[in-house]
Design a protein around this ligand. Structure first.
Ligand code: AHM
Ligand code: MG
Length: 335
């Protein structure tokens, strides 16, 4: 079959034997995420219509739709995974604490935990800009048969068995890795099927795009300020182009295709950075590395950080290998 005619469902079945513990559990998990993504996609696409529909007498959720979509996405992903009884625990950026889930047999016999940001960049919905879902999957470290504990979630990113994102953009895509490269699938909304559209995605080694909220410039560490000046200096293939959507998934997705670096540094406003290690940085770092890119906190590899709390924040430098190396070099000067 021609690669591009392949559906995500077919791809998952075909790749099942590549998984380290091939019981089909991880395949079923990815399948559930695929389903939830379609449900959320349907809702996100209608976001702009809510007020119009309301004016014609149907239920009106005026003013609350943006907030509601966050909650809706969270509930959809949680319920889809809970109902299928295929994971033993879920932690979400939307919830204070993780939840424990029993398996089909009523026991705690499932092996995987999921961590997710159900709708990242949700402040963009109001203005019709792309948002995303990010997920990360670990094998539990506590014994099968017992309820999960925080320890199962506080694992370094190198232990991830799968990670991915859904981008609700001009088209909706699901991009994921199970540690054997990165593949992207585009949704055909007419028939509700994801097709393999971006096989074996690769971060170009060099790039010409830097993505950072420069409005915070005065608050940035000196290494970041110097790197920005480097990007803007006329020399060789520089100055680079500045592109910042303010929606992590979209910024990284674009940079992975075109070559670039995304930076959310510490600043005097957010001394630990803004992004969450477990729900945003680890999964994006896994995808970046699997696509030949890199991810650091400015000094160290993101995926080697030992997390200490569920909602921990870290500075994030992610993108084309040579660009992240260069930014790290600037950071090191002021370490
Ligand atoms: P959120 O999880 O509250 O949506 O915040 C994460 C988002 C990222 O998608 C984006 O890259 C970043 O926050 C933008 O932050 P800022 O507006 O400070 O530049
Ligand atoms: Mg987020």
């Amino acid at each position: 079959m021609e690669e591009r005619n392949k559906t995500l469902g077919e791809f998952i079945i075909e790749k099942q034997e590549e998984f380290m513990y091939s019981s089909g559990e991880l395949s079923r998990l990815i399948n559930s995420i695929r389903l939830a993504a379609k449900v959320v996609n349907y809702k996100v696409n209608k976001a702009g219509l809510v007020d119009i529909v309301g004016a014609f007498g149907e239920q009106n959720v005026q003013g609350e739709d943006q907030q509601k979509l966050d909650v809706y996405a969270n509930e959809t992903f949680m319920q889809t995974l809970i109902n299928r009884e295929i994971v033993c625990g879920i932690a979400s950026e939307e919830n204070d604490d993780f939840i424990t889930i029993k398996g089909k047999d009523g026991l705690h016999n499932n092996k995987y935990v999921v961590l997710m940001d159900p709708l990242d960049g949700s402040s963009n919905i109001d203005v019709n800009v792309s948002v995303g879902t990010i997920f990360s999957v670990f094998r539990r470290v506590t014994p099968v048969g017992t309820p999960v504990t925080k320890e199962d979630f506080l694992q370094p990113g190198v232990n991830q068995v799968a990670a991915g994102y859904v981008i609700y953009g001009t088209s909706t895509m699901l991009v994921y890795t199970t540690g054997h490269g990165v593949n992207g699938f585009t949704l055909n909304p007419a028939i509700g099927t994801f097709y393999l559209s971006h096989p074996n995605m690769q971060f170009p080694k060099d790039g010409h795009i830097y993505s950072i909220n420069e409005g915070n410039y005065v608050h940035f560490p000196q290494g970041v300020k110097d790197y920005i000046k480097y990007c803007q200096t006329e020399e060789g293939d520089r100055p680079y182009t500045s592109r910042y959507i303010g929606s992590l998934v979209s910024d990284i997705h674009r940079n992975m295709i075109k070559g670039g670096i995304y930076i959310y540094p510490t600043s005097s406003k957010s001394p630990k950075g803004k992004l969450r290690l477990l729900y945003e940085c680890n999964p994006m770092a896994f995808i970046a590395e699997q696509a030949g890119g890199k991810a650091s906190d400015g000094f160290n590899r993101i995926m080697e950080i030992q997390p200490t709390e569920l909602h921990q924040r870290v500075p994030f430098f992610c993108g084309s290998e040579n660009m992240v190396d260069k930014a790290n070099e600037f950071m090191k000067k002021y370490q």
